[in-house]
Design a protein around this ligand. Structure first.
Ligand SMILES: [Zn+2]
Length: 112
């Protein structure tokens, strides 16, 4: 079975030189879809970080460095982020906690 090809740091460096992002807008556009295209094999993935590691043996940190993507950027499509939020919503305790910490009685009074 072919799970993709491992990419050496040298190959990643060459790929990065050819496809590097030159502006924040380009990075934002690249990360905005519900799937993120792998710049190594050109296929879209919902969780690119996991794919990079499994298929190419690349750590997401090295991938970001090669393509000039901010380290803080998430290599996950918007769908999986939505799913994460939905998971949080289905946990009432987490909501209670976040609601009381962000909008307490004091800030409600202050808004009036
Ligand atoms: Zn790939």
């Amino acid at each position: 079975m072919n799970h993709g090809s491992f990419i050496s740091s040298e190959q990643l460096y060459i790929l990065g030189k050819e496809n590097t992002f030159t502006s924040r807008a380009m990075v934002k556009d690249y990360l905005s879809g519900d799937r993120i295209q792998c710049l190594c094999c050109q296929k879209p993935y919902t969780n690119l970080a996991a794919h990079l590691w499994r298929a190419h043996g690349i750590h997401s940190r090295d991938y970001k460095r090669a393509f000039n993507i901010p380290v803080c950027a998430a290599l996950e499509g918007t769908t999986s982020l939505e799913q994460m939020r939905a998971k949080l919503k289905s946990n009432p305790k987490a909501i209670e906690h976040s609601a009381s910490s962000t909008v307490g009685p004091l800030s409600l009074r202050a808004m009036r």
